[in-house]
Ligand binder design. Structure first.
Ligand SMILES: Nc1ncnc2c1ncn2[C@@H]1O[C@H](COP(=O)(O)OP(=O)(O)OP(=O)(O)O)[C@@H](O)[C@H]1O
Ligand SMILES: [Mg+2]
Length: 113
């Protein structure tokens, strides 16, 4: 299993949620965060006029997925999140050792489906 963490524009959240659910990915965690990338936040403007802001509001999503589903999830996130402008965000992928569904005690693959 893998943890797919993506930092994205807030406007991406609703379409991404819809696209993931449509493809059968039914669990996700979301946080509102602030951050900066290569441009240190200075080339992105928030609400069009606050160019002085250098910590830009983003959303961070976390999905735990089966190894075989990682590339599909990456494709969905990229297709939904790409505007082509600086600040579209990043995706980080890391290994996950174990998942347990507390209600049933199911583990691993069974616990994420
Ligand atoms: N190396 C990093 N480590 C952790 N978070 C990062 C990193 N780079 C970017 N982020 C997070 O991703 C958000 C969006 O980054 P951004 O898309 O601007 O990256 P970038 O490398 O500057 O790419 P681009 O040139 O397309 O803007 C940042 O606001 C920050 O929250
Ligand atoms: Mg950037």
């Amino acid at each position: 299993m893998k943890k797919v963490t993506a930092i994205l524009r807030p406007s991406t959240l609703e379409p991404l949620k819809d696209a993931l659910i449509a493809q059968g990915f039914t669990g996700m965690s979301v946080e509102q965060i602030r951050g900066y990338g290569n441009q240190l936040g200075w080339k992105e403007s928030y609400r069009g006029h606050e160019n002085f802001v250098n910590l830009i509001p983003k959303i961070q999503i976390v999905l735990i997925v089966d190894d075989k589903d990682v590339e599909e999830v990456i494709d969905i996130i990229c297709e939904t999140g790409r505007t082509g402008e600086v600040g579209d965000g990043k995706i980080f992928v890391s290994p996950i050792d174990e998942v347990i569904r507390i209600r049933t005690g199911e583990r691993g693959y069974d616990a994420i489906h």
